[in-house]
Each structure stands twice: as C-alpha cells, then as structure tokens.
Design a protein around this ligand. Structure first.
Ligand code: PLP
Length: 390
C-alpha cells in the first residue's frame, strides 16, 4: 500500500495552534492567573446583556441578513459619524462578521489575489500570519523603529511590484502604542503613492488613554482604499459574542460580502441587535470605561515595575510588553521563561516571540494583559513580587 493520503492540508500545516490560546490552557492546568489572552474577567455591561436576552426571548433567533442586520449597520453608521467624524453608507459599505477575526480574513480574501503581498509593522498581532496563509497572500513583516514607531521608510524599501496592501493595527496589540497623527499621515501618503489598500484593525478604537482615536479613513485620499476592521469584542467586553464588522469602499463591499456569506453566513442575530443598541449609548459609557481601564493600567504598570519588569506606560489597548532580561536565565528563551512564570509564579503571559516572524527578535519580551479586575491584577502583582524576591 502506498503512503496514506489521510493528512492535514499543506495550508493548515503552515501554521500552528495560537500560542495565546495554548498559554491559556497551560494557565488552567497550573491554576495560574491568566494575563495571557486578551479578554476581560469582569462582567459585560448589564444593559447589553439584558438587551441580548430580550432579543432572544422575542424570538430573533434565525439568520440575520448575511451582511448584517439593518439596525446594526445603521448604528455603525451613526457611531462612525458621532465618534469618529466619518460619514459612511451602511448599505454600501458595512459587512457584519463573526468578530474582527473573521472580518480580517473575509476582507483579505475578498480583495487580495494569490501571491499578493501585504506589509505589516512588526511586532504584530499573531493572527495576521495565518490570515495571510488562508488568503494565499504573503506578509512582509517590517520592524518598527525605536519605541515601537512606524517606520514608513522601511516599508517603502520592503515593498515591491507585488505589494498590494498594508495591515495596520492602532491602538496596537501587543505594544500598547497609539500611532500619532503624524505617523498615520506619513503612512497614508505612502499607501496612496504606491496605490495600496490599507486594512486598519481598530478593534481597540475606544481603549486609549489620552485623546481620541483617529481613523485613517479621514486622511485625504484614503476613503477609496481603506478597509476598517472593528467590532464589539473589546469596546463592550463581549469577546465571546463574535460580533465584528468591516467598513469598506463601496466597490469592494460586494466581494467581501460574498466571501463572508460562504465563510459564516452571518454573525449571531440577537447579539447583533443588542450591539446595535449599545453603539447608540452616549459619551458617559466611554468616559467610565476609560477611567476603569486607566485604573487597571496603573495597577499593572506599578506592579510590573516593582517586580523588576521595566514597563513603559501603554498609550492604548490593554497590554504591556516588557523586557524580562532582569529575570531571564542564561540561554532561556521567552517561551521557556513564560512557562517558568506560569509554573513558579502562577502568572500566565504571552511570550514575545509570538509577535515576531523571527523568534530571536522577541526572545527577551513577554506580554501582560491587564483587562482584568483590580483584584485579579493585585493578586498577580503579589505573586510576581513574591516570586521576584525568591
Ligand atoms: N485584532 C486584534 C489586534 C486583537 O488583539 C484581537 C483580539 O485580541 C482581535 C483582532 C480579535 O477580535 P475579535 O474578538 O473581534 O475577533
């Protein structure tokens, strides 16, 4: 008999299980405090949960319109105008997906051809690698400058005739950077100069600590080439709901909706309606949410600094990437260090190499997530301090 052909696909074999989910599993095994995966351990807003329950009771339990319920798409339009200052057409531009995760894949598959390249500032959110494989595209990871700044010159040098897009994420996971208007402006000018598409992952658009998020759609000449990815997961603390969306130029929407339809048909119908209500909430919600995140950030940053993990204050999102050299053993990799932190200190983090193409580049870094109750963060801090002292 010849060699069995009952095997995984070549595509699937090119990527492995998410390191972040793997760390969450190890954390459970060791009863560790999980500061690895980016999800809150505090409750979702009461009104949002009540709205979801109401819609389920009212029997809104069948497929929604494939590309998103009319109400949710209208609310996304209202939200974009009110909070971002951007006017969009929900009928021609919005596709609701199962989270930003599906949104990015559907958008890439809708507009990129096999062999197309896209540029990604590095370090990067780990999904973009597998996204590229699934979309038959080629990611070109371009190191950020000192202090995790956008290096547009390096992107210019890395790009060639097959480069079709840039994938930007701001506020940024894992660094906590919020790219400045000047950085965005320079990037947008490059995108226009090279006739590229900009995919902007803005899932943390409401989680920043000073100023407001600036959507690149607002830059001159960008409306026709910007695909915005966002969603409810982080803004409303409902990562398990799987409600995200794409805002695309009208001429790209049809292709993206086709891909989305055959990938998932649609996002959960009653949850779409609940999110539609939440998007119409006033400023109070965002002011309070930011205050709470600011408090969590300061507990985390103080704790990390006290335990010998030098930590800059993150500008946005809810992560701190820290240098762990002070505690690392000779020759110890970031993965080995993170495993030791789980087993010996009882705190789970994500090894820095998960955010780099070459593991060497992240070997002295780990990422802490502080989307946690103050008491969770304080408990983690005491564990870290105790461990650091031993
Ligand atoms: N994009 C970034 C940068 C993220 O950090 C995450 C989650 O951690 C996602 C997208 C996934 O978002 P969603 O839960 O809406 O799929």
């Amino acid at each position: 008999m010849g060699k069995s052909d009952l095997r995984e696909s070549k595509k699937a074999s090119r990527f492995s299980e998410s390191v972040i989910r793997e760390m969450s599993r190890v954390a459970r095994e060791h009863n560790a405090i999980n500061l690895a995966q980016g999800f809150p351990d505090f409750p979702a807003p009461h009104a949002l949960k009540e709205a979801a329950v109401k819609w389920i009771r009212d029997d809104l339990n069948q497929y929604a319109v494939t590309w998103g319920s009319n109400r949710l798409r209208a609310s996304i339009g209202t939200y974009m105008l009110k909070r971002r200052g951007v006017s969009i057409d929900p009928d021609a531009q919005v596709t609701v997906c199962c989270g930003a995760t599906e949104a990015m894949i559907a958008a890439m598959m809708g507009v990129l051809d096999p062999g197309d390249e896209f540029l990604v500032p590095e370090p990067f959110y780990e999904n973009y690698g597998p996204d590229a494989i699934l979309a038959d595209a080629i990611p070109l990871f371009v190191p950020m400058g000192d202090g995790f700044t956008l290096d547009v010159d390096a992107m210019r040098k890395a790009s060639g005739p097959k480069t079709r897009a840039v994938v930007l994420n701001t506020p940024h996971n894992p660094t906590g950077r919020v790219f400045t208007r000047a950085e965005l402006k320079e990037l947008c000018e490059f995108v226009i100069e090279r006739d590229l598409i900009l995919f902007t992952d803005e899932i943390y658009e409401e989680i920043l600590y000073t100023g407001d998020h600036h959507c690149p759609l607002l830059e001159p000449g960008m409306a026709e080439r910007t695909i915005v990815i966002s969603g409810a997961s982080k803004t409303f603390s409902v990562t398990g709901w799987r409600v995200g969306w794409i805002i695309s130029p009208p001429n790209m929407t049809g292709a993206i909706r086709k891909v989305h339809d055959f990938l998932t048909v649609g996002a959960p119908a009653p949850l779409q309606e609940a999110v539609a209500e939440a998007l119409l909430w006033g400023d109070d919600y965002y002011v309070k949410m930011r205050e709470e995140y600011r408090a969590r950030r300061s507990v985390m940053v103080d704790g990390l600094n006290a335990a010998g993990f030098p930590c800059d204050v993150p500008e946005g999102a809810y992560y701190a990437m820290v240098d762990v050299r002070e505690h690392q053993r000779r020759e110890e990799t970031d993965v080995e260090f993170a495993m030791r932190l789980v087993t010996d200190a009882g705190v789970a983090t994500v090894p820095g190499s998960s955010f780099y193409r070459d593991p060497e580049d992240g070997k002295h870094l780990v990422r802490f997530c502080y989307a946690k109750k103050i008491e969770t963060l304080e408990a983690a801090n005491s564990r870290l301090l105790r461990w650091a002292g031993t």
